[in-house]
Design a protein around this ligand. Sequence first.
Ligand code: RFL
Ligand code: PHB
Length: 393
Amino acid sequence: MRTQVAIIGAGPSGLLLGQLLHAAGIDNIVVERQSGDYVLGRIRAGVLEQVTMDLLAQAGVDARAKAEGLPHDGIELLFKGARHRIDMHALTGGKRVTVYGQTEVTRDLMEARAAKGLTTVYSAANVSLHDFDGQHPRVRYEKDGATHEIECDYIAGCDGYHGVSRASVPPGAIRLYEKVYPFGWLGVLADVPPVSHELIYANTSRGFALCSMRSATRSRYYVQVPVEEKVERWSDEAFWDELRARLDPEAREHLVTGPSLEKSIAPLRSFVAEPMRFGRLFLAGDAAHIVPPTGAKGLNLAAADVGYLSQAFIHHYRDHSPSALDRYSDLCLRRVWKAERFSWWFTSLMHRFPDTGEFGQKIQEAELDYLAHSQAAATSLAENYVGLPLESF
Ligand code: RFL
Ligand code: PHB
């Protein structure tokens, strides 16, 4: 097989890149380790920035996100038992986010890809990358007992944190920055109406909690748990009790509980790999960087990366100008590090850390108070939460 761009991974970054390239007439093949059903079964992010919505529109896959997504103009911060609204819409000159699940984004992208008859190889085993430091890169994989090879011009490594793409780069050519947090998020998805029409981020003496949603009838809730916690130890009832204990009296009263559709623990990590390009291999999304989910940035960063990458390929193939490909890594990393900073900061502000001490606790409280009462501080939060603009090449 031969293609222009071989894309490793059929998560949101790989599938969105495939659609953006196809819309620009650039041929691509997606190779995914898991089955399509497995990919769709992963419950992850829920908040889309306008930049992400715009990229979905550019790819021609925004119809359902626009029709069914919930526009959100603000978020609520809960601390010391009271809620304070951050009016993102007013503070950012009219920007907002859209609540629409990653699962649905992935489903829309998969369906659009299938409708166009584009090649996606699911359940590909032992995917390996070859010769991306030369002129003729290749991707090899095994399927149905046979070995297959794709010849391509470029490889896009969109295969997540545990993927093969970053791992294929010689260790001397890559620099890794990492911070691991001493807690994780226990998340529950349930078919119950959300406790409030906006997201509530709660800092409480029992730890962080987040009230989010997927629709008017489906809620997504999280509570901070120690990093070594096991999901098997949490019955639905124990989860609802713990969440309730972290809410304000009004939310406690309105909370509707029900059987969980999904329950899992996600560890929290900050991670960046630099650079994001090695010869003819480009990394995008979680393959290159991870943020703790507090700022709702993971999926949005992945979308922004492939927005840049598709533009760079368009400059290269259509305008015969290779310089955009040379600028890809630097341009991405500038925005990535700002999202890393924001996600680290919001995580530090909202969680209980085992070793904070009394001084650290007082500083956290002062910062929350400052946010609730200073327009300048709230504007900074709002500007980052709705997403920083993309630069142009
Ligand atoms: P993905 O979604 O991980 O997709 C990568 C795809 O590559 C495949 N793959 C391979 N394919 C071929 N060969 C190999 N050797 C391969 N190795 C892996 C995988 O099967 C997969 O299909 O990365 P992508 O596309 O860059 O998208 C990034 C987002 O998924 C991610 O940033 C967010 O979901 C992060 N994240 C969250 N972000 C938020 O904004 N809010 C959240 O609430 C939130 N929750 C989460 C999350 C990430 C989690 N992870 C990574 C475990 C919860 C979890 C549990
Ligand atoms: C979610 O709905 O899963 C979600 C929302 C906001 C976050 C993280 C996760 O910051």
